[in-house]
Design a protein around this ligand. Structure first.
Ligand code: IDP
Ligand code: MG
Length: 142
C-alpha cells in the first residue's frame, strides 16, 4: 500500500471542483486517509515547493498557492502515486491526456488545478507539511 498527497490548488477550489476531483479518485478505488481545507502562508508554500526554488516560475508558484484556500488530502492504495498522477494528467494541460483532470479543467501550466506527489520520497516529504501522524487515519494505534 502506498500513500500520496494531493492538493486541490486555489484555482480548483474557486472553480468549485472539489467534489468532482475527489469523486475521480474515489471512483478509482483510492481511499481518503486525511483531508482538510487550508490556506497556506508564504513560508509554508516556499517550504513545500523548495525543490523548485531555483526555477524561474518559483515566485509565481508561491504567489498562486497562497492566493486562496486549498484542499490537502492523503490518498492510499496500491501504486497510489502513479495512479494519482495518471488521473491528474501531465503538468501542461495542453499536453495532458484526454479525460484527465488537468486536460479537462486546467487553464495553463501555471494554473493547473491539482498537485500530486511524484515519488515515494516526495510523498514522504510532502504529507507532513499538512498532516501530523494523528490526523492520518490508519497510522495510529487503535
Ligand atoms: P507537477 O505539478 O506536474 O509535479 P512540477 O514540475 O513539479 O509539476 O511543477 C510544480 C508546479 O509549478 C506545477 O504544477 C505548476 O503549477 C508550476 N509550474 C511548473 N512549470 C511551470 C512553468 O513553466 N510556468 C509556470 N508554472 C509552472
Ligand atoms: Mg511536482
Amino acid at each position: 500500500m502506498e500513500q500520496t498527497l494531493i492538493l486541490i490548488k486555489p484555482d480548483g477550489v474557486k472553480k468549485h471542483l472539489i467534489g468532482e476531483i475527489i469523486k475521480r479518485f474515489e471512483s478509482n478505488g483510492l481511499d481518503i486517509r486525511a483531508i482538510k481545507l487550508v490556506r497556506i502562508n508564504r513560508s509554508q508554500a516556499e517550504g513545500f515547493y523548495q525543490v523548485h526554488k531555483e526555477q524561474p516560475f518559483f515566485e509565481e508558484l508561491v504567489q498562486f498557492m497562497t492566493s486562496g484556500p486549498i484542499i490537502a488530502c492523503v490518498l492510499e492504495g496500491e501504486r497510489a502515486i502513479t495512479r494519482v498522477r495518471q488521473i491528474m494528467g501531465t503538468t501542461d494541460p495542453k499536453k495532458a491526456e484526454k479525460g484527465t483532470i488537468r486536460n479537462e479543467f486546467a487553464d495553463s501550466i501555471r494554473y493547473n488545478i491539482i498537485h500530486g506527489s511524484d515519488s515515494k520520497a516526495s510523498a514522504d516529504y510532502e504529507i507532513p507539511n499538512f498532516f501530523n501522524r494523528l490526523e492520518i487515519i490508519g497510522i495510529q494505534a487503535g
